[in-house]
Design a protein around this ligand. Sequence first.
Ligand SMILES: Cc1cc2nc3c(=O)[nH]c(=O)nc-3n(C[C@H](O)[C@H](O)[C@H](O)COP(=O)(O)OP(=O)(O)OC[C@H]3O[C@@H](n4cnc5c(N)ncnc54)[C@H](O)[C@@H]3O)c2cc1C
Length: 469
Amino acid sequence: MERYDLIVIGSGPAGEKGAAQAAYFGKRVAVVEREPYPGGAGTNTGTVPSKTLRETALYFSGLSQHGLYGVDYQVKSELTVKDLMYREQEVVRSLRQVITENIARHKIEYVQGHAAFEDPHTVRVAIEGQPDRLLQADVILIATGSVPTRPKDVPFADTRVHDSDEILELERLPRSLAVVGAGVIGCEYTTIFGALGIKVTLIDGRDRLLGFLDGEMADQLRLQMGFLGIDLRLKENVARYVPEAFGVRLELQSGGSLVVDQVLVAAGRVANVQTLAIERAGLAVNKRGLLAVNERYQTSVRHIYAAGDVIGFPALASTSMEQARVAMVHAFDLPKYKTQVAPVFPLAVYTIPEIAMAGETEESCRQNKIDYCVGRGFYRTNARGQIVGDLSGEIKLVFRYPDKRLLGVHVIGEIAAELVHIGLIALQTECTIDMFVNTVFNYPSLSDAYKYAAYDGLGAVQRREAATR
Ligand SMILES: Cc1cc2nc3c(=O)[nH]c(=O)nc-3n(C[C@H](O)[C@H](O)[C@H](O)COP(=O)(O)OP(=O)(O)OC[C@H]3O[C@@H](n4cnc5c(N)ncnc54)[C@H](O)[C@@H]3O)c2cc1C
């Protein structure tokens, strides 16, 4: 029996950062990972590959340079899967190395094998070609993430039908693609393939895109998808998938049908605990198939913690890392510099165009009966926006009336996922929009659009006051 202070199951964003946090403070840590490489969905099948493919699509499509140099937007002819995947594989390889080095630097023992509970303090690791190892620890962190949901009626055995993991193993580029499910992953891949000039049909039963976004941003995304030639079918469901010789026929619930070359089913994700024998640790999943935790990320068994996708919402790499760090601060009573995950966190949707947000939307303000105003700063009236040729980008501030306290920030366009952090910090520090008015921003810079969004907001306040006088 090998003893540790901490065993971490899984080496994705939650596992890696939780392990490093405890090891940094001198704990003896083992990380168990069943895949041949560390990094989980964050590095290998989810976040990093999809974001790299987005950059690749922008590069090969010439879309970001569209019209800038008087040349027409044209996808490189004869683009192959090898071209598309080349950089993705390079980036994934490098980041696996970065994680391996981080684990080694923290003197964490990395065990490659499949972990399952033996009892509440013991984990059995099955290692191919070797005897099982039994590891024991005072604290265990479950960071086993999630896997794509695979609805039973979808013929995944057909090589033309993919889930979001398999789409990275394409044998050839689709001539046409149906994406079923317009969540974040579905929308991101839709615009990536759309930018490559592939005919994409996006199908979803809901009546709008990405319900958590501010409605204006969701509408803007819909418009931009139209410019990419995407056939968007909302309030529509697939009744039946019929593989045929020359394509896959999707029979739609509304009655019609369409035949596409390939299909991506992005139907959500499910917690990855099926083979972990959690019952031997005295644990069970909740009704939604997730591990329930308290505000310290402790499961119902006091010394077993869980973080990341395995506990559900918001199921992001960014929050997974923070949850795991916070869990370890509580588990080992580490110096209390980080006792909770920041209550306001950013969300980014790496579609083309990119969208990011933090805090309240107009819709959530109305729902919560918060009196608010908005201010908008447009990339088209911003010097850097003109220089980079993004004329549809926008920063939108949602703030409380009448005290101008910032409530939400929404960005669509070039580097939205970066720009949103300026608004996020303002939200965290409870600023009013005057903060943007009183800040000097670099010129030319997209960040400067914050100032103009704030000026626009001040105008909205004035108009409001004039109307009530
Ligand atoms: C296509 C896609 C795009 C995404 N884009 C973004 C994005 O832009 N931004 C963002 O913040 N998030 C994004 N996400 C979400 C993000 O990838 C996840 O939230 C994050 O990876 C969760 O981290 P985790 O550590 O909880 O789990 P994972 O990354 O899933 O890691 C879990 C690890 O545990 C291992 N494991 C499981 N069971 C066992 C076992 N029994 N024994 C040993 N090892 C085991 C797995 O092999 C895996 O390596 C995206 C996800 C997908 C699928």
